[in-house]
Design a protein around this ligand. Structure first.
Ligand SMILES: [Zn+2]
Ligand SMILES: [Zn+2]
Length: 266
């Protein structure tokens, strides 16, 4: 079923490809296309998604290597109309201001609880030997339940604290594709040993906010290969159902868990 849903979706199958490696598999009439460009020495996955109808696109988590990113946009004829950020870490947000300067586009996200990290990008960069990162002031913060639009394609927003307090996940339900930043990886979860990280909160974000989006949801993590939520529920050593006891949430449960998360956070 998951495969069938993906095949009908607007997204051409990303398949973990790199934009330099030729065209991905096409759906009959794709409305959205995606290419993943690894950037910075930390090999962070920047996603470029765009409408094949209008050729308008966004960068999700442009962490660095601005020339490489703008080269990808030029190569595919994409007009970048926004930057969307999942969280405030250097390797995800370092080139956001540079994209804005070159294109005039707005920076949207993450949640305001990550502003303290966006203010520290230049200081973080000095520690990692990455000198081209710039501190970020978003044009708009994201909240849980917000909706983003790319050329008529709707994207949902889930606030998923734990790795950082203001981390958001951005997903396209119709295309069954989520951009999860450093919340979840193939076979792992985000680090929580940074300041203001919280492991239990991260696990609650994953089971409470991500799993209800459906097993068929494919995801692009901040690092490493793609997977699906269903696969991680089977064999991810941190968040498999056998570990978390998750047995499927009713719609109502999501609100309950949201309340619990916000209580824990304040
Ligand atoms: Zn991170
Ligand atoms: Zn990262």
């Amino acid at each position: 079923m998951a495969q069938g849903k993906a095949a009908q979706s607007g997204f051409a199958k990303p398949g973990g490809d790199r934009y330099v490696k030729g065209m991905s598999e096409q759906t009959p009439t794709p409305k959205l296309q995606i290419r993943i460009v690894p950037v910075t020495p930390l090999q962070q996955n920047t996603s470029m998604i765009w409408s094949t109808e209008t050729m308008e696109g966004v960068f999700i988590d442009p962490g660095g290597d601005i020339d490489r990113l703008m080269g990808a946009a030029e190569h595919f004829g994409v007009k970048i109309v926004a930057v969307w950020l999942t969280h405030g870490h250097l390797d995800h947000a370092g080139a956001a201001m540079a994209v804005k300067e070159r294109t005039g586009c707005p920076i949207i996200g993450p949640h305001k609880d990550d502003q303290w990290l966006l203010d520290e990008i230049e200081a973080q960069g000095a520690r990692y030997g990455i000198t081209d990162g710039k501190n970020v002031t978003p044009d708009r913060y994201l909240e849980d339940g917000d909706e983003l639009d790319l050329a008529g394609n709707k994207f949902g927003v889930a606030h998923c604290p734990g790795h950082t307090p203001g981390h958001v996940v951005i997903y396209n339900q119709e295309g069954a594709l989520a951009f999860v930043g450093d919340v979840l990886f193939r076979g792992s979860v985000g680090r929580t040993d940074f300041p203001r990280g919280n492991h239990q909160q991260l696990i609650d974000s994953i089971t409470g906010k991500l799993w209800p989006l459906g097993d068929g949801m494919r995801f692009v993590p901040g690092h490493g290969p793609m997977s699906t939520f269903g696969q991680e529920r089977i064999d991810n050593p941190f968040v498999a159902d056998a570990v978390t006891g998750y047995a499927g949430a009713e719609k109502g449960d999501v609100d309950l868990i949201s309340q619990r998360l916000s209580k824990r956070w304040t």
